[in-house]
Design a protein around this ligand. Structure first.
Ligand SMILES: NC(=O)c1ccc[n+]([C@@H]2O[C@H](COP(=O)([O-])OP(=O)(O)OC[C@H]3O[C@@H](n4cnc5c(N)ncnc54)[C@H](OP(=O)(O)O)[C@@H]3O)[C@@H](O)[C@H]2O)c1
Length: 292
């Protein structure tokens, strides 16, 4: 298969590129320098000339707090970019695999979110991603939107790397314990997307296009995740940190509000494709052993 990976230097894009190459695919790995998805003409031109079979969009504006100050930029990348890709894919009859976020939900639900639950983003990032999802649905019938949460990987910035750095510097950490969600390894997201990309004919035949949730399990809190990171890292190196204290969201105000519950129910993906996410601890082990 000839696959375009957009946002190839991001956490998920990087995993997509190396895993697609390892599977023997012909990969066009583009980051912002090769293709700025906010530029409609550039998107058209690049896709026209690509001779690709499938497009996977892992590019996004992902700075959740900064987005509150830069809504135009967030919407340009997260809404307009996917809209340009979706329109170009439809013109060329290419399937578009796109990634969305748990932050499209407001967290008021007390059980895991299913794909048909109402969306109500709490901040600019979530609103811009939701607008991107809507554009993809409207403009490209042959789309899959994989809605993922709390992404961490070997490559790029993420919560695991931040906690690891702090655990090497400090004796005490304070981490929010009243936001519930599911950490998800970028490599697992890449594997799921590549499996779906390999089943396009089946998805066409079964008209199985649409939105699917995908996240690691079990659900935890940022405090639970941080505690697991410290515990696992300590098996590999001595760390000065001796306490990880649970605090509330109110104790740690941020520019963007975040959902108290963004646990995703992934049963639709399992039912339709037999794709089952792994425990996030397995991905965490891989990230920590990569010496990041
Ligand atoms: N990170 C999370 O916790 C999380 C949670 C839920 C969902 N998601 C979603 O998962 C997907 C992948 O996220 P990620 O964590 O892998 O993101 P990431 O590491 O921030 O990577 C995003 C990539 O997109 C590139 N990019 C930004 N603007 C672009 C543009 N205009 N044109 C082309 N490329 C552009 C970035 O390049 P620069 O670095 O040069 O800007 C970066 O390489 C995104 O759709 C994100 O919304 C992420």
């Amino acid at each position: 298969m000839r696959i375009i990976v957009i946002g190839a230097q991001g956490q998920v894009g990087w995993e997509l590129t190396r895993r697609a190459l390892a599977l023997g695919h012909n990969v066009l790995a583009w980051d912002q320098a090769e293709l700025d998805i906010t530029d409609a003409a550039a998107v058209d031109q690049a896709l026209n000339a690509s001779n690709a079979d499938t497009v996977i969009n892992a590019a996004a504006y992902t700075a959740v707090d900064k987005a509150e100050q830069e809504p135009e930029q967030a919407f340009a990348v997260n809404r307009d970019g996917p809209a340009h890709l979706a329109a170009a894919c439809t013109r060329l009859n290419l399937p578009l695999l796109h990634i969305s976020t748990d932050y499209v939900y407001d967290g008021a639900k007390t059980s895991p979110y299913v794909e048909d639950d109402p969306t109500a983003p709490m901040g600019v990032y979530g609103a811009s991603k939701l607008a991107g999802d809507e554009a993809v649905r409207l403009l490209c019938p042959r789309h899959l939107i994989l809605r993922v949460s709390w992404v961490f990987g070997v490559h790029g910035h993420n919560f695991v790397k931040t906690i690891l750095r702090l655990a090497r510097e400090r004796e005490a950490l304070r981490v929010v314990a009243d936001q519930h969600g599911c950490p998800t390894f970028a490599g697992d997201i890449a594997d799921a997307l590549l499996e779906l990309a390999g089943r396009i004919a089946e998805i066409d035949a079964r008209a199985a296009w649409g939105t699917y949730h995908y996240c690691g399990h079990p659900a935890t809190t940022w405090h639970g995740f941080a505690s697991a990171i410290v515990e696992m890292a300590r098996e590999q190196e001595p760390l000065p940190v001796n306490t990880v204290t649970a605090i509330t969201t109110a104790d740690y105000p941020t520019p963007a509000a975040r959902p108290a519950n963004s646990v995703l129910d992934c049963s639709r993906l399992a039912r339709n494709f037999g794709i089952q996410p792994r425990p996030w601890q397995e991905g965490l082990k891989q990230v920590l052993s990569s010496n990041s």
